[in-house]
Ligand binder design. Structure first.
Ligand code: UD1
Length: 371
């Protein structure tokens, strides 16, 4: 049988992958000469970290779910490679083998999918290529370096990413500056999100609360570091409400270190479970300030024009600091307090939206992938 359609496999696994893949799949669905297969590795399996995003962002049900789950980095990555290799080999023996794998972001599933595919000589496109924090203690930095070094199509979200890929020796023919797909999703969903009753449900007023997210090992795995951050959040809640949707790994660490009770007993701190995409966007888009260690939120806050105090020593997204609304705070409690004060007094810097973060990145990516 002759193959008529180009066949792309999209591989996702963890929460920040889902909002990146959604607009690309939607852009490709409009081109009927392309077939897509969505593979979910199951790195994130809690409904609040996975299913809710598929429903809200109308992502098709994955054709293949691998259920790999959690583990140490070595064992999780190992399991991911084994299961993905089996899947790609099975698909290769059908009448419709995969022509190209597409991966997004920098999670363990991204790197594992890339390794499994390139070793089977399947070409791989990486969406969000070229970002570097230059901090090799971050698991994501290793994932980014390994992924980009063997992909043949490098789709960058910001000009610094392009420069870095050139510096690492990738030929220009493989690199494309396409913009930011996460921002495509944000712009598509913003009106819908702002129409929700999320603020009133939590007793919040627009521009009068702080949203917090923390999940990086560097902030949550050490008791002293996490305790100091918890103290700052409680102190901040004296000025305005602090809303803290807690990631499962942070929840475990807070409980283990006996800090959950301390946070829960602070009157003006609202400790919540992980939120869906729309509720969370409703909160972030109307916040006075965001305190976070997330990569995606540094970008989203820049587009939303909300100050972002980034609880990291470095960032792989420097444009959010040089042009956007983010400032790197590390885990320095005094620096956090002084920047919060600037924001309360409306003396914080004003950002601008980076080039090509215009809601059309997924169309540009679809064009490249389909041709
Ligand atoms: C992963 C990504 C990180 C991303 C984050 C977003 C890597 C190396 N890290 O971190 O880049 O910013 O997702 O959330 O890929 N757990 C659950 N339920 C789940 C999944 C995980 O409770 O559905 C708990 C488990 O205890 C697990 C721990 O969270 O061991 C860590 O999960 P893992 O997927 O290894 O990394 P994240 O911290 O979620």
């Amino acid at each position: 049988m002759t193959k008529t359609k180009k066949h792309l496999a999209f591989i996702v696994g963890a929460r920040p992958n889902f909002m990146k893949v959604a607009p690309i799949l939607h852009a490709i669905e409009n081109r009927n000469y392309i077939k897509t297969t969505l593979i979910h590795t199951g790195q994130h399996y809690d409904p609040s970290l996975s299913d809710v995003f598929f429903e809200e962002l109308e992502i098709k049900r994955p054709e293949i779910s691998l259920g790999v789950g959690s583990g140490s980095h070595g064992s999780q990555t190992g399991k991911l490679i084994i299961e993905l290799e089996k899947t790609l080999v099975d698909l290769a023996s059908t009448s419709d083998p995969i022509d190209r794998v597409v991966v997004v972001g920098d999670v363990n599933s991204t790197m594992a999918a890339t390794l499994a595919a390139v070793k089977l000589n399947i070409p791989v496109a990486h969406v969000e290529a070229g970002l570097r924090s230059f901090d090799r203690t971050m698991p994501e930095e290793i994932n980014r370096l390994v992924t980009d070094s063997v992909c043949d199509l490098l789709l960058a979200s910001e000009p610094d990413g392009v420069k870095q890929l050139q510096k690492e020796g990738h030929p220009d023919s493989r690199i494309h500056l396409v913009g930011n797909v996460m921002i495509d999703t944000l712009l598509q969903q913003l009106k819908r999100a702002k129409g929700l009753d999320t603020l009133s449900r939590y007793g919040l007023e627009p521009s009068a609360y702080c949203v917090v997210t923390l999940h990086r090992p560097s902030n949550v795995d050490d008791k002293n570091v996490l305790n100091a951050l918890v103290n700052v959040l409680i102190e901040t809640s004296g000025s305005f409400p602090v809303v803290f949707p807690v990631h499962p790994r942070t929840q475990k660490k807070l409980a283990e270190f006996g800090l959950l009770e301390k946070l829960n007993s602070a009157e003006n701190v609202k400790v919540l479970g992980p939120l869906g995409y729309l509720d969370f966007l409703c909160l972030t888009s109307q916040a006075k300030v965001i305190v976070t260690d997330s990569g995606g939120l540094q970008e989203e806050s820049t587009v939303l024009d909300v100050p972002c105090l980034t609880m990291r020593e470095n960032t792989e997204r420097p444009i959010t600091v040089s042009q956007g609304t983010s400032t790197l705070i590390g885990n320095d409690a005094e620096k956090l307090a002084s920047h919060l004060q600037q924001i309360i007094e409306n003396k914080y810097k004003v950002g601008k939206c980076p080039e090509l973060w215009d809601g059309k990145a997924s169309e540009r990516i679809a064009e490249i992938l389909c041709n």
